[in-house]
Design a protein around this ligand. Structure first.
Ligand code: CTP
Length: 422
């Protein structure tokens, strides 16, 4: 087919450095959604890259995206009809978006415009691409593209945060020259890079596929009055690294996060944000019954002020006392409600009698394993990039690891759980 060869030659010549590995994407069903941005032309290269790697590609356009790329070129490259409407007005034929959503291995929307992101975040379904997104059971990724001020606008950032909470993976736009002539963040990630991310995703072993994991992380804040609270130095980084690692290994990750920087939280996880130990307890207890695994990384305040003043507490005498009452122990509550087949892993940060204290917590809280890090060790603890852990297993065994980065430690913990539940 002359026409097709011309398009192939054009598009393929844009990305000569990509080396195809047939095995990873071969037979994978990729649903590519294209919304109406200038960078839609780059998605044509992406179709070609996927096809060359052996994937089956189906393309959906938002109706205005048709003005940018038309249907003929993507359909020719994908070797499959391209749709943009729920109904074909002339034939009355219905496009089965439910089937498309069910049968795909990955849905990638590239470029994802501010409008499409906003509609996805609010659950609108007024075109085929959006309806398909709502019925997709496969992982959904978006590669946003827009002008830099549109990207930075709080409304767009709200959509992004919501989509991340809904489990969508956001491939952040790159910096560079934009269609408007301005320079900044907003360019759609290059097709070769998107292709590699997809390839990496399918290349990874997925030992946690089908497993639901709850992770508590971060500190809690225990209010004294409307402006003050008691808290600790936890940053949530260890829990976030574990979440990232498990997501890459195929787990369905649910995070209950105390107040931490949202930049550390991985895209693709469902996140519930809480402040206090009581809120974290309630959220974790609600989520836990449907989970296979719970990993309790949060540094939960053991006590909270007995009274929370409704007005700011005024300075009076030279001394003041705050009466504290005990907070619920989340790990112990989950341990008490644990059903057969559920795996519970806690952490212990100790300064003395480390092994003895960790073992006592393991038993007292009915955990299956506990990860000990000692504050005597300068490479472990809060706000450092490394950690040195020892894992104690309820099934017997103590496993000591070298000092490693938190990312490597996360991998060790994931591997430990993988073996323990095998
Ligand atoms: N933990 C929890 N809820 C609490 C306190 C602790 O879920 N209210 C969890 C932590 O997330 C961790 C484990 O229990 O996984 C051990 O936390 P740690 O603070 O070391 O234990 P405590 O029981 O609070 O003991 P102590 O502070 O006396 O050392």
């Amino acid at each position: 087919m002359q026409h097709r060869n011309l398009i192939e030659n054009f598009v393929y010549s844009q990305s000569p450095e990509v080396i195809f590995s047939m095995s990873v994407l071969k037979g994978k069903k990729i649903l590519l959604g294209i919304s109406a941005g200038i960078s839609a032309y780059k998605s044509l290269s992406l179709i070609r890259l996927f096809k060359k790697a052996g994937a089956e590609v189906k393309v959906l356009l938002t109706p205005p995206a048709e003005a940018f790329v038309g249907k003929l070129t993507p359909a020719t490259l994908a070797d499959s009809p391209v749709h943009s409407e729920l109904f074909d007005a002339s034939s009355g034929e219905w496009t089965n978006h439910v089937q498309l959503g069910l049968e795909s291995d990955l849905m990638l929307i590239a470029p994802a415009t501010a409008s499409t992101l906003s509609k996805m975040a609010s659950g609108q379904s007024d075109n085929l691409l959006l309806t398909t997104y709502l019925s997709a059971r496969c992982p959904v990724w978006v590669a946003p593209a827009m002008d830099l001020d549109m990207w930075l606008h709080p409304a767009t950032q709200r959509s992004i945060s919501q989509l991340v909470r809904d489990g969508v993976r956001v491939i952040e736009p790159a910096e560079g020259e934009l269609a408007s002539g301005l320079v900044g963040k907003g360019r759609m990630e290059e097709p070769e890079n998107l292709f590699r991310l997809v390839e990496d995703f399918f290349a990874l072993p997925k030992p946690f596929s089908g497993k639901k994991v709850l992770i508590t992380l971060g500190p809690t804040r225990e209010a004294l009055d409307p402006v003050r609270f008691i808290s600790n130095h936890s940053t949530g980084k260890m829990g976030a690294e574990i979440a990232k690692c498990l997501l890459s290994m195929g787990a369905d990750v649910h995070i209950v996060a105390g107040p931490v920087s949202s930049a550390i939280l991985p895209s693709g996880a469902q996140v519930l944000h809480v402040e206090s130990a009581i809120q974290m307890h309630e959220a974790a207890m609600q989520v836990f019954p449907n989970m296979d695994i719970a990993i309790l990384c949060a540094a939960v305040a053991d006590y909270r002020p007995a009274e929370v003043a409704s007005q700011k507490i005024k300075k009076t005498g030279d001394e003041m006392e705050i009466r504290l009452v005990k907070n619920p122990d989340i790990a112990a509550s989950l341990g008490a409600s644990k059903k057969s087949g559920q795996f519970l892993l806690g952490f212990a940060l100790e300064t003395n009698n480390e092994l003895e204290n960790a073992l006592s917590k393991l038993q007292r809280k009915n955990l299956d394993a506990i990860v000990l890090n000692s504050l005597q060790d300068p490479d472990a603890g809060f706000a450092v990039e490394t950690n040195k852990i020892t894992i104690l297993s309820a099934a017997g065994g103590t496993f000591a690891y070298e000092t490693k980065t938190k990312k490597e430690v996360a991998h060790d913990i994931a591997e430990f759980i993988q073996n323990a539940i095998a």
